[in-house]
Design a protein. Structure first.
Length: 153
């Protein structure tokens, strides 16, 4: 491995990515920075998982607020729920392999979603269930918990 390119990875990541793309396009296999390419590919996969968890966090946090604080329901909450549902569906369409990680993502998103609901309400932590009460398909269904949403559609 060329030490100049390793230092480029550390000093100019963008330049390194452009160089690696050029090397790939030319099929110069011996010039590839294999170690860092592997690390970056793994990182890209983790980033896609984190985006799924992030969207689930916001969705689940708002579903909890919607369910446990009905007197404060708002158009903003409805639109956030709708936006996250659409974003999750789109993300899974573009990354279908993430479907195998849905149980983990739902659990991770729920923990953070409870924290979101706690920050944005005056409800005590004991208000919310310890485990996610929603199945994935249920949580992303447009009609779930939004039977009263007709006024905002």
């Amino acid at each position: 491995m060329n030490s100049q390119r390793v230092s480029q990875y550390e000093q100019d990541f963008y330049g390194w990515t452009q160089w690696q793309a050029e090397v790939l396009a030319k099929r110069e296999v011996s010039a590839l920075d294999w170690q860092h390419l592997q690390e970056e590919l793994e990182s890209l996969g983790r980033q896609e998982y984190r985006e799924l968890v992030s969207r689930l966090t916001v969705l689940l946090g708002h579903l909890l607020k919607w369910e446990y604080q009905p007197e404060k329901r708002s158009r903003s909450w409805f639109l956030t729920i709708r936006e996250q549902r659409r974003g999750i569906k789109r993300h899974l369409t573009h990354n279908p392999s993430l479907k195998s990680r849905l149980p983990d993502a739902l659990g991770d998103g729920f923990e953070a979603g409870v924290d979101l609901a706690l920050r944005e309400t005056d409800l005590p932590v004991k208000t919310f269930p310890e485990q996610c009460p929603y199945g994935f398909e249920e949580a992303i269904a447009d009609s779930f918990l939004c039977d009263t949403c007709q006024d905002w559609k």
